[in-house]
Design a protein around this ligand. Structure first.
Ligand code: GLU
Length: 472
């Protein structure tokens, strides 16, 4: 899973933007304003690690303020650099626009290898980073709301929240300063699996489209589709889980150390436990080892899900990719050269900035929960259950028939928080998929789904700028 950085990731995003901008009619000034990163904050701060002082390099980029707060994850990785953070911040703007999440895009990163630090040291680094953001007003429920990304999770978000609250005592909406928190610290149920679940909902919707499936030579539906997942982190793990539960076969999983394959299907939880125990996914019982991780990307399959880092499919390996659908669960896993290759070969690339929007969509639900200070379902659950019970009783009395116990439980059930979150996410992903596909169908000159998604995003951000009256 080597990360190639031979060209600028931000340039690649700009290139895709320009390609799509041709299919819009916005004033060049508006287009230029949409494209640029509004605010860039690069910082260095010292942290005492053992008996040495380490100078840590970190970033927060706010790409767009057309809607506030700004929103986007924070990644911990040695590959973090300004170019990457700018590109990812821009993708966040477009992503939020496509799924109608009313935020501007942002991204943050700390250039460290989290595996080299103890939890105590990571906490020190995270808290110091948060106080740097607070000092410059780069964090807050109404200004900029970070979230997990590559190398971070609930634990880091809890540290960020605690640092924020201690420096802003009494701020009533402080819980909304960061999302992806543990449920006990103001998080929302369903956030952890949201990106993987969104990937599944998006691909499932594409697979329901008979004309698209016919073009790809595939049957309608995800059932029995052969899926390859690259990366068994939070996103890859959950994407694999939901595809398996949806009736697809996850025939290969790839990680740093190599890949494993089983044409009868792999169970991601068993693979995860095996890796935890042995330190590697290789030698998983019943599976074949592929010692070079990248080989998994080139396997014969229906759906390929790159769910790790950017630029893993590029001009070099794209000609060997045999998948019919590529679902970009990671941010920027394909280079523009790979995109061109797949357009030529009629392979459908379902683009990152909409397909992996499940995370930010549920972050939005979490933020709303924090601002409303009430758990989803708290007010209506019991009411709905009582109402459903009454309706069912009336129907049974009138018809003289009784439903079975399973049906009874299902009908009477009032929504829990997780039910509402899943349903909101499902609705969001289905609507976004249809909107992009419809625009693409109505504009046959648009070469690929990524360009169609950009057009949708540019139009939405363009409207916001135009309505703000910035460009009279
Ligand atoms: N890091 C995730 C992403 O790239 C989630 C961002 C968020 O929830 O704000 O979409």
């Amino acid at each position: 899973m080597a990360v190639q950085h031979e060209y600028s990731f931000f340039d690649a995003v700009q290139e895709s933007f320009d390609k799509a901008a041709k299919f819009t009619s916005w004033d060049p000034g508006i287009l230029e304003q949409i494209k640029q990163c509004n605010s860039v904050y690069r910082m260095h701060f010292p942290v005492k690690i053992g008996d040495k002082i380490e100078v840590i390099k970190a970033y927060r980029v706010q790409h767009s303020h057309h809607k506030t707060p700004c929103k986007g994850g924070i990644r911990f990785s040695t590959a973090v650099n300004l170019d990457e953070v700018m590109a990812l911040a821009a993708l966040m703007t477009y992503k939020c626009a496509i799924v109608n999440v009313p935020f501007g895009g942002a991204k943050g990163g700390i250039s460290i290898d989290p595996k080299k630090y103890t939890p105590f040291e990571l906490e020190k680094i995270t808290r110091r980073y948060t106080s740097e953001l607070i000092k410059k007003n780069f964090i807050g429920p109404g200004t900029d709301v970070p979230a997990p990304d590559y190398g971070t999770g609930e634990r880091e978000m809890a540290w960020i929240l605690d640092t924020y609250i201690s420096m802003r005592p009494g701020e009533v909406d402080a819980l909304g300063c960061v999302t992806g928190k543990p449920v006990t610290q103001g998080g929302v149920r369903g956030r952890k699996e949201a990106t993987g679940l969104g990937v599944f909902y998006g691909i499932r919707e594409v697979c329901k489209m008979p004309d698209v499936m016919e073009r790809l030579g595939l049957t309608v539906g995800v059932k029995e589709k052969r899926v390859v997942v690259q990366g068994l982190g939070n996103v890859g793990y959950h994407a694999a889980k939901f595809f398996r539960e949806g009736g697809a076969k996850v025939i290969a999983i790839a990680e740093f150390e190599g890949a494993i394959m089983n044409l009868n299907g792999l169970n991601e939880e068993e693979v995860f436990q095996h890796r935890k125990k042995t330190g590697s996914i290789l030698d998983f019982p019943g599976a074949t080892n592929l010692p070079v991780s990248g080989e998994a990307l080139e396997l014969e399959c229906d759906i390929l899900i790159p769910a790790a880092l950017e630029n893993v499919i590029n001009g070099e390996n794209a000609p060997r990719v045999k998948a019919k659908i590529i679902g970009e669960a990671a941010n920027g896993p394909l280079t523009p050269e790979a995109d061109e290759e797949f357009v030529k070969r009629g392979i459908l690339v379902v683009p990152d900035m909409y397909l992996n929007a499940g995370g930010v969509t549920v972050s939005y639900f979490e933020w709303l929960k924090n601002l409303s200070h009430v758990r989803y379902g708290r007010l209506e659950k019991r009411f709905t259950e009582n109402l459903n019970t009454e309706i069912l009783q009336q129907i049974e009395e009138l018809t003289g028939k009784r439903v079975n116990e399973t049906q009874r439980q299902f009908i009477m059930h009032g929504p829990d928080e997780v039910d509402l979150v899943y349903s909101g996410l499902e609705e969001t992903m289905i609507t976004a998929t249809r909107e992009i596909m419809d625009l693409w169908k109505n504009n046959p000159a648009i070469p690929d789904m990524r360009t169609a998604a950009y057009v949708v995003a540019i139009n939405k951000v363009g409207v916001a700028y135009a309505e703000l009256g910035i460009f009279p």
